[in-house]
Design a binder for this molecule. Structure first.
Ligand code: ASP
Length: 331
């Protein structure tokens, strides 16, 4: 018995030693669920709790993949799939309606190690556009596929299509009716639609990845493509600088090439990820009246989440394993 105990204790001691010698992998994940006019007085406690819960679930799903040794890309997809499947966010299930009452979705993903990228735009029958963007990156010679062609490609890769009714939510339909009313009265809303989702991750091998998925903007003209699926505008990743996913008024993000601009400020001017992201979002975009925000992560695990709107759904699990989920500007 004593010998048995001694060997058990010995084994335990060994395990402890092995663990002490092997530091936990330095991984990190940051997500957003859209920027916009998100105010505590306009949010019920139950709805706010729902957002915080989903963001936490998405962070944990992505982080678990990283801890298992998966690629940053896998973590980005795992986190975004959860947000796409939730009716709360303007991506996948909860996508906003375009002017004709249809849902047209955009998404992109980028691998910071190889600089390969995949994107889809204007898809109407794909429940999880981020998955399709990854297939475009890994199984086609192209970077972006649009509309029907993207959906044909989805079928050829074994993704089944869903009817448009899958994307119906009363909340988004009411938003469309309100936007149509405002348009009729020439009171065009200047505030971007919140709810686009994005994720950036750093894996144990030091690789970065970024992904973004959106339904675009409420009442958008048919065929309108925003910044999210445009590499360098709403989505970008390069191990040499950072991974970025944006959310906000897409037309402004496209013209300012937001995500790539942040990476370039780091690469060519030696700015930190916080300095670069803040310069673009809090100075350049503000001067140009572009509303929105970004999440950005560098290869050392430094995190930036600047936004120039009243709120941005956002959260991270950093290299130390600390989890944070935030909504309003003063958090
Ligand atoms: N950036 C997205 C777009 O313009 C919308 C958003 O992030 O709210 O399509």
């Amino acid at each position: 018995m004593r010998r048995f105990l001694a060997s058990v204790l010995g084994a335990l001691a060994m395990t402890t030693t092995v663990h002490a010698q092997e530091p936990a992998p330095e991984v990190a994940i940051v997500i957003h669920g859209g920027a916009g006019t998100i105010l505590p007085e306009e949010m019920s406690p139950a709805r706010e709790a729902g957002f915080r819960e989903k963001l936490t679930e998405a962070l944990r799903a992505g982080h678990a993949r990283l801890e298992d040794g998966a690629d940053a890309l896998d973590a980005v997809v795992a986190a975004i799939l959860i947000l796409e499947d939730s009716p709360l966010f303007n991506a996948g299930k909860g996508a906003v309606f375009a002017s004709d009452g249809a849902n047209e979705l955009d998404a992109a993903i980028m691998d910071g190690r190889s600089l390969s990228a995949g994107a889809v735009s204007g898809v109407r029958h794909v429940a999880n556009p981020i998955e399709l963007a990854r297939l475009v990156m890994e199984h086609s010679p192209h970077v972006m596929l649009y509309g029907e062609g993207a959906e044909e490609f989805a079928l050829s890769r074994g993704i089944s299509l869903v009817p448009q009714s899958y994307f119906f939510t009363r909340h988004r339909w009411e938003e469309l009716e309100k936007a149509r009313d405002e348009e009729l009265q020439q009171r065009k809303s200047t505030v971007p639609q919140s709810g686009t989702v994005g994720a950036v991750a750093l894996d144990a091998r030091g690789n970065l990845a970024a992904g973004t998925s959106t339904g675009g903007t409420t009442n958008k003209r048919l065929g309108r493509i925003g910044d999210s699926p445009i590499i360098g505008a709403g989505t970008y990743a390069d191990n040499a600088s950072c991974a970025v996913s944006g959310t906000g008024h897409g037309e402004y993000f496209i013209r300012s090439v937001v995500a790539h601009d942040i990476a370039s400020l780091m690469r060519y001017q030696g700015l930190t990820v916080e300095e670069a992201a803040e310069k673009v979002v809090l100075e350049k975009l503000v001067e140009r009246k572009g509303e929105g925000g970004v999440i950005a992560l560098d290869a050392d695990g430094n995190i930036a989440m600047p936004f120039n709107t009243p709120g941005m759904y956002r959260g991270y699990i950093d290299k130390a394993g600390q989890l944070a989920v935030k909504i309003y500007a003063d958090e």
